[in-house]
Design a protein around this ligand. Sequence first.
Ligand SMILES: Cc1cc2nc3c(=O)[nH]c(=O)nc-3n(C[C@H](O)[C@H](O)[C@H](O)COP(=O)(O)OP(=O)(O)OC[C@H]3O[C@@H](n4cnc5c(N)ncnc54)[C@H](O)[C@@H]3O)c2cc1C
Length: 427
Amino acid sequence: MIGGGATGVMQRYSVFSLVSNALRGNQHWERAWRDPDPKEEYDVVIVGGGGHGLATAYYLAKEHGINKVAVLEKGYLGGGNAGRNTTIVRSNYMIDGNTQFYEHSLKLWHGLSQDLNYNVMFSPRGYVALATSQAQMDASAFRANSMRMNGIDAELLTREQVQKLLPYLDCSPNARFPVYGGLWQGRAGTARHDAVNWGFARAADSRGVDIIQQCEVLGYLWDGGRIVGVETTRGNIRAKKVALAVAGSTTLLGQKAGLELPIESHLLQAFVTEPIKPMIDYVIAYGTAHFYISQSDKGGLVLGGDLDGYNSYAQRGNLPIVDEVLTVAKALIPALSRLRVLRHWAGVMDMSMDGSPIICKAPVDGLYLNCGWCYGGFKATPASGFAFAHTIAKDEPYETNARFTLDRFRRGYQIDEKGAGPTPGAH
Ligand SMILES: Cc1cc2nc3c(=O)[nH]c(=O)nc-3n(C[C@H](O)[C@H](O)[C@H](O)COP(=O)(O)OP(=O)(O)OC[C@H]3O[C@@H](n4cnc5c(N)ncnc54)[C@H](O)[C@@H]3O)c2cc1C
């Protein structure tokens, strides 16, 4: 049997379908999505089968009734950053533009499993950003106030409250990184990254979107100065609109359209330890050494740190960051010192020059851009797809991405959340 995109009726997941399939030996589940050949022409071709491309396709069909859409993925769904991240979801931003956008995303996360009829394993377990100096406590208070004024939940924690919440932290005054307190966001948490990709893929397919894997976009079809399709490894495909959601490959496909974009590609690694009993109930972030950690449902600790520090398109990192991340982990939580790391890997980050994303029409007719996600694009997935779909469908931004323009860099209107300037490695 095939998924709903072909039959028009998607088998809904429910307790009844679980029981009925279990009684029949689990031999009758439908495919989650079809595997169609590319058609000659679509209304919209989305390049990139990561979370952002798939979410865009879903919202194009759901919100705008546009379902002559193809998502073209050069490898497999979620093989890019969407399946490689540390799955942290939060909305503790404080600069106008980012604040509204990420809060919209968090609201969508809270209803996403129901909306997609797919368990994305969203776990709003709470997020603590530790402060390790009085100056950081002041900055945390500033951020918390700004969030609360925007209707976003935020709470300042004292050192004692942090100690109570996270008793395994080295909170002694002599610790290498003494903890002063923290910023708490209770509605933040994690989600299962693969499930997010698969949930969006299945829901988009059920609305008629063609999801085409192993189909690399090599260049564009042009009619004068307008892009009217793409050249791919599976032939030419015409499209009224072409939308890029290719993260670390944005500069490569931008160049083919004659665009020099304010994006650099950098590596970011993630690590998973052997599974242990539940220990870390919350997501912990530690800005001083740019470190973050949570525990997966399987028990592995999921942790990460800084960029590798050099430009690359390779999906693998280097040893100095392994050393750095694990050193910080041990300094902060000494009990981890004898835990073994099971796996580590890297993704190619699309680092923008102010740390904020770009979702807009490109300065080339027929082309649309979604990029610049830096460290934080997983949490943005639903809101990014929602806003990008609106931009493609209406040829104007949605209210949440009005500031995420490309020309803000030319005009000097950067959205510099971290105040790090045009230094991608510092964002
Ligand atoms: C180690 C790591 C940890 C992270 N941790 C977090 C976190 O905790 N929280 C958070 O919010 N964010 C996190 N991120 C960032 C987040 O993962 C990304 O910003 C987000 O997943 C980007 O999604 P995407 O769909 O834009 O890109 P991707 O998932 O990378 O999708 C782009 C797709 O485009 C495809 N593609 C590229 N070129 C072509 C072509 N020519 N033709 C066809 N297809 C093409 C690629 O194969 C890829 O599948 C992390 C990232 C990494 C690497």
